[in-house]
Design a protein around this ligand. Structure first.
Ligand code: PNS
Length: 162
């Protein structure tokens, strides 16, 4: 059984995240989308709301024969991966600017739990500039984000404004 985790803040889920899920799913039998419980970061969505949105959107993604799970976690990603019996941590790389931060995390995670490898996937070019932070900023300032985040997520962002 090849099990991976795909950790992140997912505040909110973007089409860039879904692109990485679609690309990585055929490589694994089971993948846990692992939503970090980070209350001190003052997120737009609670961890419960983020998990719920991911669960609702996931069926629209072709995840091959990979079983998809959505779970929240607190603490270290490496420890969560170990405790869930995962052999891999999936992360997406959008541009060279992601590399330094991701390399540091991958090396630290490997030091923490040597049996778990980080697997990097290249994001689709169309999502190379898409981040949750940018989507929230553009949305909050009245810009258009259609096609960059799932419609359901956009609707939930709109309902937060009212
Ligand atoms: O979606 P993000 O914000 O890029 O995800 C970053 C995340 C959640 C993967 C990273 O912040 C993380 O792993 N946080 C959990 C705490 C941890 O393990 N820190 C040490 C990383 S080496």
């Amino acid at each position: 059984m090849r099990r991976a985790i795909f950790p992140g803040s997912f505040d909110p889920l973007t089409n860039g995240h879904l692109d990485i899920i679609r690309r990585s799913a055929p490589l694994f039998d089971e993948m846990v989308v692992a939503v970090l419980n980070n209350p001190d970061k003052n997120p737009m969505f609670s961890v419960g709301e983020r998990c719920e949105m991911i669960r609702e959107v996931l069926p629209s993604v072709d995840t091959a024969s990979c079983t998809m799970l959505v779970e929240s976690f607190s603490g270290l990603t490496a420890h969560f991966a170990r405790d869930r019996g995962a052999s891999a941590i999936v992360r997406g790389l959008r541009a060279v600017s992601d590399y330094e931060y991701e390399l540091r995390m991958a090396l630290m995670n490997r030091r923490l739990v040597p049996g778990v490898e980080t697997v990097f996937l290249m994001a689709g070019e169309e999502y190379s500039y898409v981040s949750s932070t940018l989507m929230k900023q553009v949305f909050e300032l009245g810009g258009r984000v259609e096609g960059l985040i799932p419609e359901l997520v956009e609707a939930r962002m709109r309902s937060k404004q009212t």
